[in-house]
Design a protein around this ligand. Structure first.
Ligand SMILES: Nc1ncnc2c1ncn2[C@@H]1O[C@H](COP(=O)(O)OP(=O)(O)OP(=O)(O)O)[C@@H](O)[C@H]1O
Ligand SMILES: [Mg+2]
Length: 395
């Protein structure tokens, strides 16, 4: 565990970049530092690998003061990734990735083999190995940066706005890739961003910093969204935090109905004339084709050429309540289509049923939170376990 204990950084010109910051950064999970420009995120990250020394306070790594560790040894245990990847422009991709293994005295062949293995890990075609950084896209360069930081298999990864320089689509890909990689590797990652959506998506714990390097709140993302500590955090989270919070609720408990689901070759005479105004029509395999008007369908055969689009379906249990609500809102009938993992329809659900599920989820999470508040007085450790559990449930 990395423990930042009452750390202050005052630069020689008097700027207080970080002000009495205390944070416990759990092992093998992603902790995000987020906040507006100049709030001390980079300074904090750099104090962890001693590129910047604190003015006051201590930082402990696995219980030991990092001041007492030789700086080279400390940095070898911490991969560092920055915006624009910071690659060596005159070295090929494979040699960029092999930099640290080479420094550690590994042979050329072993280092290159390791580099090739890492390229695959981070989703890079090994055919790019002999290229130079300028011959890669921004997203590819950023992947090289991650591979290079992982080369010597350090337990800790420090990442300073690694995905800020790429467009939103590539950025989403890199975020998903990082989550997948983290599932495999289980590193202790400290990730800096000024983008709250990125923080909420990636972090098990999120530290919101404010100007002057002061900690505004440190909590799992679901808790941040449901209970911002003050107006600053609330403003920083943005206007639609209620909707975003639904990402942390499962759609598993949504009550689906199959009554309005028919196959395209259904016998018109057997379709009830009353009920929901629309029927979801599927092909013989159970895949959704679109919505039909119930009265028309009960009077004669379904004309599949005239169906209303069924919209994007959701997978109950896999997708969140937010995804289910989004499907219903975008659906021309106001009903969301549920499918299984293979895309076959398992039922449909109305906006109203989703709204009821949201109310229930809110009530349950409020009960959880008040129980936690009651128990939190008992022991600090217990509270931390709780948070870790909650983060796990939320993610
Ligand atoms: N070497 C330095 N000397 C003096 N002041 C510095 C130095 N480095 C950073 N600062 C100041 O410390 C404060 C925090 O800087 P820092 O780079 O940690 O912020 P940040 O949160 O990473 O910002 P950004 O989101 O813009 O990257 C800023 O006011 C900055 O101007
Ligand atoms: Mg910075």
């Amino acid at each position: 565990m990395i423990r930042i204990d009452s750390v202050t950084k005052r630069y020689p010109d008097g700027t207080v970049a970080v002000d009495r910051l205390s944070l416990e950064i759990p092992d093998r999970s992603i902790t995000v530092l987020v906040g507006p420009s100049g709030c001390g995120k980079t300074t904090t990250l750099r104090m962890i690998n001693r590129m910047v020394e604190p003015t006051e306070g201590t930082i402990l790594l696995d219980g030991q003061d990092i001041q007492r560790r030789p700086v080279t040894e400390l940095r070898r245990s911490m991969g560092y990734v920055i915006q624009n990847a910071g690659l060596f422009q005159h070295r090929t991709i494979v040699d960029n990735i092999a930099t640290v293994p080479r420094m550690l005295g590994w042979g050329k062949q072993k280092s290159r083999a390791r580099a090739a293995e890492l390229m695959e890990r981070v989703g890079l075609d090994t055919a790019l190995a002999k290229r130079y950084p300028y011959q890669l896209s921004g997203g590819q360069q950023q992947r090289v940066g991650v591979a290079r930081a992982l080369a010597a298999d350090p337990p800790v990864l420090l990442m300073d706005e690694p995905f800020s320089a790429v467009d939103p689509v590539v950025r989403k890909g890199l975020q998903d890739e990082l989550l997948r990689l983290q599932d495999e590797l289980g590193k202790t990652i400290v990730f800096v961003t000024h983008d709250i959506d990125e923080a909420v998506k990636l972090g098990s714990m999120v530290a919101v910093l404010r100007e002057g390097g002061r900690l505004a709140q440190y909590a799992p993302p679901a808790e941040l969204l449901s209970a911002p500590a003050d107006g600053f955090v609330e403003d920083f989270l943005g206007a639609d935090r209620g909707i975003r919070r639904l990402s942390f609720f499962s759609s598993a408990a949504l009550e689906l109905t199959t009554e309005p689901v028919i196959t395209a070759d259904a016998n018109a005479g057997r379709i009830a004339a009353s009920g929901t105004p629309h029927l979801l029509v599927t092909d013989a395999d159970g895949r959704p084709l679109g919505w039909a008007d119930r009265r028309e369908a009960s009077a004669g055969p379904v004309d599949t050429g005239r169906l209303l689009p069924h919209g994007r379906p959701f997978v109950p249990g896999t997708d969140s309540l937010r995804a289910a609500l989004d499907c219903a809102v975008l659906s021309p009938t106001g009903w969301a289509v549920a499918v299984d993992g293979t895309g076959r329809v398992t039922g449909v659900v109305s906006q109203q049923t989703i709204a009821e599920a949201i109310r229930t989820a809110h009530t349950e999470s409020r009960t959880d939170t008040s129980q936690q508040a009651e128990e939190s007085g008992k022991s600090r450790d217990a509270d931390e376990n709780d948070r870790a559990d909650k983060a796990e449930v939320a993610s």
